[in-house]
Design a binder for this molecule. Structure first.
Ligand code: GLC
Length: 653
């Protein structure tokens, strides 16, 4: 007969009774019953990944009990407002897939100085249509260089320059009342070397030494290095750092002050779970889980995307669903297209990992198409990506605080007759401004002579040509740059996911060179695309004579159109189609909610798509362009202006 399920080998009734006598003891019968419901529902999902990670340990039962104790305590401490939110979210599980979702991402200080300042800017965000606000790292960082806040020394305190934890709670509540969800970063792969755990490890405490990867000599580090890539070859070469205070080599994937956590130790998973739930109870609704691909190490591999890294995420997912089911996870895994999809859950873990993941490949392909003025690579590569699970959403974006790395697979390039290596080199030349006649003004980030990789920094507007056009003061060039900016946004707004606007892109902010004057920032040119918000420029958004207004209002109109277009729900399929014109990208969104044909001209010339091609795709009758509300008038061919996008919906007969 069937094999024993994992639940059978665990005394779930015993576990439950322990919780009833402990953290759940003082709760009402209804509150206990609600917890029990989720406990029963999610326990198998808790056990599957935990067994994979720690099943061989003699103390597995005790570890499980400890984790469930953390979950029950967090549930008991969750406010009424947040418990109601949980019910609301579980009653409308596709809330984050609705076309009204629009994200915005910014640094607290660069946007509004403090958390209280962000509250004051809520009307601005509402004007744009934002429903999801991602604030860049805001927990207490180490002093001095801190990788933009990604070196946290205390996860339970806010960066004192931004305010206190009570300010974060107040902000989360204020946003929620205005229909916006707060997303914050959780740096779960590493801590700052100044974190209390690291300090105890340095002081010689063996309990905390086991929280990190410490090695007495170079024997193991050298073996690992044979297959490890370098994330920051320029300013942080190698993956290990010698700590003179503790006389050990420490695993430091990123900078020397960011110490990788050791998840083979279940105590680390328990600590991080406690932090996740602590943040959820402050009112955070979405956690951006940073650098998740790196969370498990294995000799003779690149130590990324290991099955156990997925198991850690699945364990976090199931455990937090018991206490705070309203909380969503967004995976930050900037990995190759084939490695990306499993972060949304696959196989037995479908819908049991992260709900949202950055669509790094789409972002890269958009920039590639723009430089090449050809959409063949994007069409082919996206056609070859498997479908996403029904209850997930991509995070679609054009720029973020990081550089752009050309994650284009050699196989995809070869399939359309390109050399992957040469194409990536072309893109680096193009966007760093070295390619003759390029419109882009970017910077090279982390040139790696071993691989030839050259990543790119720069703001959206500068990469799309606005900086060069402004220098030349050519109105035609400025017009084309604005069109490129709007075209790219029309693409991320039409894909199956949550589109995110990167702060300042809605105003066309250009590269900011002022970071060069700050010794803590000067060696990291990613700061060129992390400008301070220009509130004077923001004032121009209502003055129709300005470029700023053209961008802001153009974007605002597209966002509004998206909100009205139900076929853009993220559960709808999304498949690229050949338009018989290499310069025009085609994509169909299809579901029971309706069909939509997206066409996008990636060149500065007028383009045409024969109407019979639309017939072949099943778009036969009259068509309405949702982007301008007008019916398509030509019956012989569809004409697209330079860099124009169309969202075509069949007109019901
Ligand atoms: C993520 C962040 C990046 C940071 C790294 C280390 O990739 O986006 O900015 O440097 O993690 O935390």
């Amino acid at each position: 007969m069937g094999t024993l399920s994992v639940v059978d080998v665990v005394d779930s009734q015993g576990l439950w009774e322990g919780l009833l006598q402990g953290p759940l003891g003082s709760m009402t019968a209804l509150e206990q019953a609600l917890f029990r419901l989720r406990f029963d529902l999610y326990l198998p999902d808790v056990l599957r990944p935990l067994k994979q990670l720690y099943g061989a340990r003699a103390d597995f039962g005790a570890q499980l009990e400890k984790l469930l104790g953390i979950v029950a305590r967090a549930y008991a401490g969750r406010s009424e407002e947040l418990r109601l939110l949980d019910l609301r979210r579980t009653s409308e599980p596709d809330w984050f897939q609705q076309p009204n979702m629009l994200g915005y991402v910014c640094y607290v200080d660069r946007f509004a100085e403090t958390l209280a300042g962000v509250i004051a800017k809520i009307p601005y965000l509402k004007e744009l249509g934002v429903t999801y606000l991602h604030l860049m790292p805001l927990l207490k960082p180490r002093p001095g260089p801190n990788d933009g806040g990604y070196a946290v020394m205390d996860y339970r305190e806010v960066n004192p320059a931004f305010g206190a934890m009570s300010d974060l709670r107040a902000l989360a509540t204020a946003l929620r009342r205005e229909g916006m969800s707060l997303c914050v970063d959780l740096v779960c792969n590493h801590t700052a070397k100044e974190h209390e755990w690291a300090c105890k490890a340095v002081a010689g405490d063996p309990v905390y030494q086991n929280y990190y990867y410490l090695f007495p000599d170079r024997i193991m580090p050298d073996q690992y290095e044979m297959t490890l890539p370098e994330v920051f070859p320029d300013f942080a070469p190698g993956n290990f750092t010698y700590c003179t205070d503790c006389q050990r080599w420490v695993w430091t994937t990123f900078n020397e002050y960011q110490w990788d956590l050791n998840y083979t130790n279940p105590a680390v998973l328990a600590e991080m779970l406690d932090i996740i739930l602590y943040l959820a109870n402050q009112g955070v609704e979405i956690l951006r889980l940073d650098a998740v691909a790196f969370m498990w190490k294995r000799l003779k591999t690149d130590c990324q995307n290991q099955p156990e890294a997925h198991a850690i995420l699945q364990a976090f997912r199931a455990l937090t669903r018991i206490a705070a089911p309203g909380l969503l996870f967004k995976a930050e895994a900037i990995v190759s297209p084939d490695q990306l999809l499993p972060y949304l859950g696959s196989g037995a873990a479908t819908n049991r990992e992260c709900e949202i993941a950055y669509h790094n490949a789409f972002m890269v392909l958009l920039w590639s198409s723009l430089a090449e003025r050809r959409v063949t690579l994007m069409t082919h590569a996206l056609q070859n990506m498997p479908d996403t699970p029904a209850n997930s959403a991509w995070l679609t974006y054009l720029r973020c605080h990081d550089d752009i790395g050309w994650a284009i697979r050699d196989e995809d390039a070869a399939a359309i007759g390109l050399s992957g290596f040469l194409h990536r080199a072309f893109l680096s030349d193009f966007y760093s401004g070295r390619f003759p006649e390029t419109f882009a003004r970017g910077g090279t980030f982390q040139y790696n002579p071993k691989t030839g990789d050259r990543r790119i920094s720069g703001t959206l507007a500068s990469l799309a040509g606005l900086e060069a056009a402004a220098e030349q003061q050519g109105w035609q060039e400025i017009d084309l740059a604005v069109r490129r900016i709007l075209l790219l946004h029309a693409m991320i707004l039409a894909f199956n996911g949550i589109p995110i606007i990167y702060m300042g892109d809605e105003l066309g902010l250009l590269n900011d060179k002022s970071y060069l004057n700050d010794p803590n920032l000067a060696d990291d040119n990613r700061w060129m695309h992390r400008p301070r918000m220009d509130w004077n420029k923001a004032e121009q958004r209502h003055d129709w004579q300005t470029v700023t207004a053209r961008i802001f209002q153009g974007l605002q109109a597209m966002i509004e159109a998206r909100k009205q277009t139900i076929s853009l729900h993220a559960a709808g399929r999304c498949y690229p189609v050949w338009t018989h014109n290499e310069q025009v990208f085609g994509m169909i969104r299809a579901s029971a909610r309706g069909r939509l044909l997206v066409l996008a001209n990636f060149t500065e010339r007028t383009q045409k798509v024969p109407r019979h091609r639309l017939h072949d795709m099943g778009f036969k009758g009259g068509l309405l362009n949702r982007l301008d509300g007008k019916n398509l008038d030509s019956w012989s061919e569809v004409q697209l202006d330079p860099y124009q996008a169309l969202w075509l919906e069949p007109i019901p007969v």
